[in-house]
Write a new protein. Structure first.
Length: 136
């Protein structure tokens, strides 16, 4: 039987890494609250979050750097890479290569992702796409 850490790795590698959204239906709890930036909860909200990022980046790649858990909580560290070729967080395409490292803690209920808390390098990303003025 897979552990919660195995399930989170599968979700990250398949849904985020390869865009295989069918795994979201399998691994996200139907009563999960909306993730950051999504209007809906459950699998629909998680798909919305994934597509918002993936649609803004081409040559998209996500790598799981570390993933481990205790009980119903799993911690993960990932790195995402891509080229900013579409609207991303409201910013138009720049054609720049970006790297987005992040960490998250996911809570599982009944063997499915229920909630997550995450931190990514948003200031770094915004700097990479030129959303901040250059320092003087």
């Amino acid at each position: 039987m897979p552990t919660n850490a195995d399930l989170l790795r599968k979700y990250t590698e398949q849904a985020w890494g390869r865009g295989e959204l069918s795994v979201v239906d399998e691994l996200v709890h139907p009563d999960a609250p909306p993730p950051h930036g999504a209007d809906a909860g459950g699998p629909a909200g998680y798909k919305q979050e994934i597509l918002a990022v993936r649609n803004g980046l081409s040559n998209y790649r996500t790598v799981v750097d570390a993933c481990f858990g205790v009980g119903d909580l799993v911690a993960i560290r990932w790195s995402t890479f891509g080229k900013h070729t579409g609207t991303l967080f409201g910013f138009p395409a720049t054609g720049r290569d970006v790297t987005i490292p992040g960490v998250g803690i996911f809570q599982f209920v009944d063997g499915k992702i229920f909630r997550h808390w995450g931190e990514d390098a948003m200031p770094s990303l915004l700097g990479q796409i030129g959303a901040f003025p250059a320092p003087h």
